[in-house]
Design a protein around this ligand. Structure first.
Ligand SMILES: Nc1ncnc2c1ncn2[C@@H]1O[C@H](COP(=O)(O)OP(=O)(O)O)[C@@H](O)[C@H]1O
Ligand SMILES: [Mg+2]
Length: 266
């Protein structure tokens, strides 16, 4: 009975999207950068956004935690639901939203603080720890989950910026997961990393998907094929085709998708 309840819960969670974008348009002044995109994101899945440079992938990704709010001249219309609530509603606390929908950027951007403080920062401002022991535990667990603990546990007071690029990116992932997000957005998180660091981050993403919904923008089709369950192909601001990654890469339905994945443009 216990087992079947869990299975039922998992099935239900699978079926209900964690996030749903509905008819999203983004304009920067006259530049209509994102044109009517609808996309569902599920827990336990990695969704890749692929497509030629300038097609609106980053712009769309930033809509998912309202990072475009602070971009001058940027106007977003449409609906984005997180657990069925529109994140663009007036009463939404954006700081809270960004804890639930965390972000990792292309260039690792640790704060100019110690390794410890980089990870402790979010839990501190969100009041997630009652005392230092709690906070220590959150920091350790987050670094563990980001696959970095063993490498840094003896130098928690050194600056985050002194780590290697790949370690810095894992530190940024630890910082994002320290506030218990539900969704993690990653904008080309490996493009500044060497192949070994890239492989580590990919392995980590694969592990993290057991707890989160993950969206990754990548210009590497090999990476999308390796790590994601769902793929969405963007072109000139439109979402041309989305589906299971295997289908997109082996049997694309749209001619533009086929041209892109066979390297005919982009
Ligand atoms: N901060 C910004 N201000 C003005 N225009 C922008 C900004 N960011 C992106 N754009 C424009 O929006 C379009 C989509 O860009 P972007 O989302 O960065 O594409 P991608 O991530 O697919 O390369 C481009 O025409 C780009 O010039
Ligand atoms: Mg981009």
């Amino acid at each position: 009975m216990q087992q079947s309840m869990t299975e039922f819960k998992n099935m239900t969670e699978q079926a209900v999207p964690k996030m749903s974008a509905r008819d999203i348009h983004v304009r920067y002044g006259d530049n209509h950068a994102v044109k009517g995109i609808s996309l569902d994101l599920h827990l336990n899945e990695i969704t890749s956004l692929i497509g030629p440079s300038g097609c609106g992938k980053s712009t769309f990704l930033r809509c998912l935690n309202r990072m475009n709010d602070s971009v001058a001249g940027c106007k977003v219309t449409g609906q984005i639901l997180l657990d069925n609530k529109n994140i663009y509603d007036q009463n939404i606390d954006v700081v809270q939203l960004r804890a639930r929908v965390g972000m990792v950027f292309q260039k690792p951007n640790p704060f100019p603080k110690s390794i410890y403080d980089n990870v402790a920062y979010g839990p501190r401002i969100h009041g997630l720890a009652h005392n230092r022991t709690d906070l220590d535990e959150i920091v350790e667990t987050s670094l563990e989950r980001a696959g970095l603990w063993q490498e840094v546990k003896d130098r928690m007071d050194s600056p985050g910026t002194a780590l290697s690029g790949g370690q810095q990116q894992r530190l940024c992932i630890a910082r994002a997961i320290a506030v218990n997000p539900e969704v993690i957005l990653m904008d080309e998180p490996c493009s500044a990393l060497d192949p070994i660091a890239t492989a580590k981050v990919e392995t980590l993403m694969d592990e993290l998907k057991s707890e989160y919904a993950i969206v990754i923008v990548t210009h590497s089709m090999q990476q999308a094929a390796r790590i994601s369950q769902k793929t969405a192909f963007f072109h000139l601001g439109e979402l041309v085709e989305q589906g299971d990654t295997t289908q997109i890469f082996t049997a694309p339905r749209n001619e533009k998708t086929r041209d892109y994945i066979t390297g005919r443009f982009g």
